[in-house]
Design a protein around this ligand. Structure first.
Ligand code: MLT
Length: 396
């Protein structure tokens, strides 16, 4: 009889966002016709921008034309999109070779797949609170997880320390869920730490487009020494509204070598074996994001979500609740009122005002007592959720 992967038994019963979807589904089943104000999972609500839509339509027409039809795409990405991403980094002062950019179907898929590059004996550092897939993907592979809790005292941006020594170091900046952003000096200390220990940083840059303050690093590759220790994983999900369209990219510098093996070569070997690439149509749509028109249009959409953040943070200010994030990131991380546990607060909001958020405990034990709001809702829902929150908690 075949032996299943026994590490699945070490996982929580269900994945955080799946668990929340089940709870909201049960609420709706019990309250038919109820409207939920969804500020839980970070799923966008604005449509794709016009430049992307036009490119998608053109690409569909290409597929209807004998002369312009595309079959299999190159497994590591279409040259037109790889070069557009490399040029985008180049414009920000980060020089990349086109073959260091790999096109993916999104950051969450890639964060799991990329683990193929590392031995199962490798340990993984997760700075908590953290996007839960970092932990779960490594637990499934049977890896040892090293948890580094962070909190208000360190601004949710802990320093490297002896207890943080691990083979893989997950860093997400701007951070999901806290919205905290590493400044150059702090991030440099992690890069130096990784190089000293021979570790590899998996840098999740999914929220870089939300950085509003000048001088904060948008890519780890802006830092000295990052090319010998970091892989950057990025996505167009939040940057350009591709959550349902699925597109991302990963940067693996040529200089990233361990044990005489070059990770860029290994990833070519992996992708050419395990995928047939991302669809031509979607990649054409993605390339439009990197045109001047596309960049202007996605910035407008990001501005819309930032105004949502303002509506929510003004409500939290009025209520006197502690929070961070929302400025350089699409998430607001708040302290639950009156010492409430984060799942109790989740239930309270769902039951009393039909607002859905994400309990901080779902991002790690040190997230207990905190709560996350996504700012990707519609303006109407966000404003109504802020009003309901004020009415519920205002009198306490
Ligand atoms: C989140 O809400 O943390 C993210 O949207 C989830 C994801 O990107 O998979």
């Amino acid at each position: 009889m075949i032996t299943p992967n026994v590490h699945y038994a070490e996982l929580k019963d269900s994945y955080l966002f799946y668990h929340i979807a089940q709870k909201t589904g049960a609420y709706l089943a019990a309250h038919p016709g109820a409207h939920l104000y969804r500020m839980g999972i970070g799923d966008v609500t604005l449509p794709l921008c016009p430049a992307v839509i036009a490119a998608l339509h053109e690409a569909v027409d290409d597929q209807a034309s004998g002369a312009r039809f595309h079959g299999y795409m190159p497994e590591c990405g279409a040259p037109f999109l790889r070069s557009a991403v490399a040029a985008h980094y180049g414009a920000r002062g980060v020089r990349l070779a086109e073959d260091e950019v790999f096109i993916s179907s999104g950051a969450s898929d890639e964060l799991g797949d990329i683990l193929d590059l590392f031995d199962r004996s490798a340990s993984a550092l997760v700075i908590e609170p953290a996007y839960p897939a970092y932990v779960d993907a490594n637990v499934m592979a049977g890896r040892r997880i090293v948890r580094l809790p962070s909190g208000r005292a360190d601004g949710f941006l802990p320093e490297p320390c002896p207890e943080a020594a691990a083979d893989l170091l997950y860093i997400c900046s701007p951070n999901n869920p806290t919205g905290a952003v590493f400044d150059r000096a702090r991030l440099q200390r992690w890069v130096d730490f990784a190089n000293e220990h021979g570790s590899v940083i998996l840098f999740d840059a999914a929220y870089e487009a939300f950085i509003a303050e000048d001088g904060l690093p948008r890519s780890i590759l802006e830092l000295d020494g990052a090319r010998t220790c970091a892989i950057e994983i990025c996505s167009l999900s939040k940057t350009a509204g591709f959550t349902g369209t699925r597109l991302g990219y990963t940067v693996i510098p040529h200089e990233l070598v361990r044990g005489g093996m070059r990770f860029q070569d290994m990833w070519v070997r992996n992708r050419t074996t395990k995928t047939n690439g991302v669809s031509y149509i979607i990649q054409k749509g993605g390339a439009a994001v990197f045109t001047p028109e596309g960049q202007r249009q996605i910035r407008e959409n990001i501005g819309y979500y930032k105004r949502n953040a303002l509506i929510l943070t003004e409500a939290l200010d009025r209520l006197g609740l502690w929070y961070c994030g929302g400025r350089n990131a699409p998430y607001i991380w708040l302290r639950c009122p009156d010492g409430m546990g984060s799942w109790d607060f989740f239930e309270l909001l769902l039951r009393e005002i039909q607002v859905v958020g994400t309990p901080g405990e779902g991002f790690g034990a040190c997230g207990e007592g905190y709560f996350r709001f996504s700012t990707f809702g519609s303006r109407e829902d966000t404003a109504e959720a802020a009003a309901r929150l004020t009415a519920l908690l205002g009198g306490r």
